[in-house]
Design a binder for this molecule. Structure first.
Ligand SMILES: Cc1cc2nc3c(=O)[nH]c(=O)nc-3n(C[C@H](O)[C@H](O)[C@H](O)COP(=O)(O)OP(=O)(O)OC[C@H]3O[C@@H](n4cnc5c(N)ncnc54)[C@H](O)[C@@H]3O)c2cc1C
Length: 430
């Protein structure tokens, strides 16, 4: 079979791996000049490692990703350093990356609220049946079971930060999945995610997959036999096609999808993201903190501050200290149209709140990355809204971040859904 895949992110590449292994002829079309998609990275000429455009790490529980890495024989490249995650309480930062640290966190006092926080967390981690959770919102469920104080101190800032105006509508299965699937141990790849993506692409090519970079697909049309994929260089026929873009792009690529499927794609909600990467001459958090969770109510101009070089050593970046400042935003938010300098002007005062010694002349270089599609928003009874991987157009498949529900998006689940799509496609060919 001749198979076309649109997108060389981790979903597309994982699918290409299995489809090729099953003996098919696979061509991957990638609009960008590089592989890795949302998890791709960039590099200054004097850096040994790349930096992800949007901060990325793996969890110790990311079995689909870590399993694939093992199959590829690349497990030696995976590292799990021991970074600090911190939470703000009354102007002070408290480490929050182990059960002991959570117990010592003063934000919930040391009485009933801490017990409720612990019991609710434990219950969610031990429960496997997520279905009932999708019938209620995080707001309703947490207020009822964890209580007002625990919800407002611990969980509300997280849902507000991630989902902005949609936060009251997000279903509890999202929170369940987050607590169930995440660990405090965080990992990465030596050389950065881009190094892994490039090595993966190299292995695919060695095995005979054709990966075309700078090949933006413009349309996919059903022909009498097979599907016609049109890009700038012309049209080409395939027996099956897998699309791994956002639902919006999928709808544009294939307008001949039936009305009900198109409507399903277009009704899915998602948040965008704006992330600034800054290289600094000095370390910002002298305590060595990696991840700062910033409650929106504390007046920070962004949600997450991440000092990458408190996770991996600055020696990989020629001694530069790498900082991320990022936020999830509704598409159209003013941050999407500000210039890099304007955004730095907004963000820099917040760096001083982390380290009063910070001055603008610490900044060596600034990069800003923006995407309209960063975080799907799962509403009540969301499982009914998930588009099927096999579309109603014969031979056309779709696998995106919006379909990994109830799990939250991540490269681990991109690999899982890419491989699930490949299995479905292979089944159709036998
Ligand atoms: C701010 C942020 C932080 C994140 N943090 C983490 C994290 O810590 N850990 C983690 O595991 N995951 C994280 N993720 C999620 C992770 O990046 C995604 O889940 C994963 O990369 C999705 O992979 P994908 O293959 O499904 O899609 P994508 O990576 O989006 O790949 C789709 C590809 O399709 C290409 N494409 C689009 N249109 C066309 C076209 N017309 N023709 C050809 N090609 C096209 C795109 O260029 C892209 O390369 C984060 C994401 C964001 C935005």
């Amino acid at each position: 079979m001749k198979i076309g895949i649109i997108g060389a992110g981790f979903g597309g590449m994982a699918a290409a791996y299995d489809l090729r292994k099953a003996g098919h002829e696979v061509t991957v079309f990638e609009a960008a000049g590089f592989v890795g998609g949302l998890a791709s990275g960039f590099k200054e000429p004097y850096w040994d490692w790349s930096v992800e455009k949007f901060y990325h790490h793996w969890f110790a529980s990311d079995k689909h990703m870590l399993g694939l890495i093992e199959e590829l024989g690349l497990s030696d490249g995976v590292i799990f350093p021991r970074p600090y995650t911190v939470l703000l309480y009354k102007g002070k930062w408290y480490p929050f990356d182990s059960i002991l640290k959570a117990l010592l966190f003063p934000g919930l006092g040391f009485g009933l609220n801490k017990i409720r926080f612990g019991l609710v967390g434990l219950y969610l981690r031990l429960t496997n049946n997520w279905k009932p959770f999708e019938r209620v919102t995080v707001e309703e469920w947490m207020r009822k079971w964890a209580g007002k104080k625990v919800y407002e101190q611990m969980w509300q800032p997280l849902v507000i930060g991630k989902f902005g105006p949609h936060y009251k509508d997000v279903n509890m299965a999202w929170m369940w999945a987050r607590l169930k699937a995440r660990t405090t141990r965080l990992g990465t790849f030596q050389g950065g995610f881009q190094a892994f993506a490039d090595r993966f692409a190299e292995i695919l090519r060695e095995r005979g997959v054709e990966i075309r970079l700078g090949a933006k697909v413009e349309s996919i049309k059903r022909k009498q036999a097979g599907l016609s994929v049109r890009s700038e260089v012309g049209a080409e026929s395939f027996d099956q096609v897998l699309v791994t873009t956002s639902p919006n792009l999928m709808a544009k690529l294939c307008p001949e999808l039936p009305e009900s499927y198109l409507k399903g794609l277009l009704e899915l909600k998602s948040m965008g993201a704006v992330v600034m990467v800054v290289s600094l001459k000095h370390q910002l958090s002298e305590q060595g903190y990696y991840w700062f969770s910033l409650p929106k109510g504390e007046g920070f101009p962004f949600l997450a501050l991440v000092e990458h070089t408190n996770f991996v050593s600055p020696e990989h970046f020629g001694g530069d200290h790498i900082l991320y400042a990022g936020d999830y935003l509704v598409p159209g938010h003013e941050y999407f149209s500000l210039s890099d300098d304007e955004l730095l002007e907004r963000f820099a005062p917040a760096f001083k709140r982390i380290n009063p010694k910070f001055a603008l002349d610490w900044v060596k270089k600034v990069w800003v990355f923006k995407t309209n599609y960063a975080q799907p928003v799962p509403l009540v009874n969301h499982s009914k809204n998930i588009p099927s991987i096999e579309t109603p157009v014969e031979g056309l498949y779709f696998a995106s971040m919006s379909q990994v529900y109830p799990w939250d998006r991540g490269t681990n689940f991109a690999v899982e859904i890419g491989r699930r799509a490949a299995r479905l496609m292979i089944e159709k060919t036998v």
